[in-house]
Design a protein. Sequence first.
Length: 138
Amino acid sequence: MASSVGVTRPIVQALFVASCLLSIVSWYTTQQGMALYLSTWFSLLASLGMQSALVFVAWLIGFTKSKRGLLIAVYVITAAVSISFSYVSLYTWFSARERPMQVERKLYDKLTTPPTAPARCWPPPSPKSRGTSPRSTR
């Protein structure tokens, strides 16, 4: 009976809603990261299964006393896979937006800087090489 009273507390309800929202965001980023390597349907199902496993295993860790070490190991492995695909997704998303801005900035800087003296392609000829040809024979 004490546990049902704790669930009705506003802080517990707010944490539950926040964890559900974070789980949805984590599912989406994991799915987007998997979609870079897998087919759309497979990445959708795999990411949904992974997020379900994370929620279910976290629930089991909280309520069971036996085999807790095994559950923690499964949770850590599943979380690591989810985090890595989420990272790939977010890195790809940010890179796609950041790199064009960097290229545009370099182009703008190049176009707006005043021209300088042209760079030489070849070093100036040395005094020894003037007037001699490579085929000079005696």
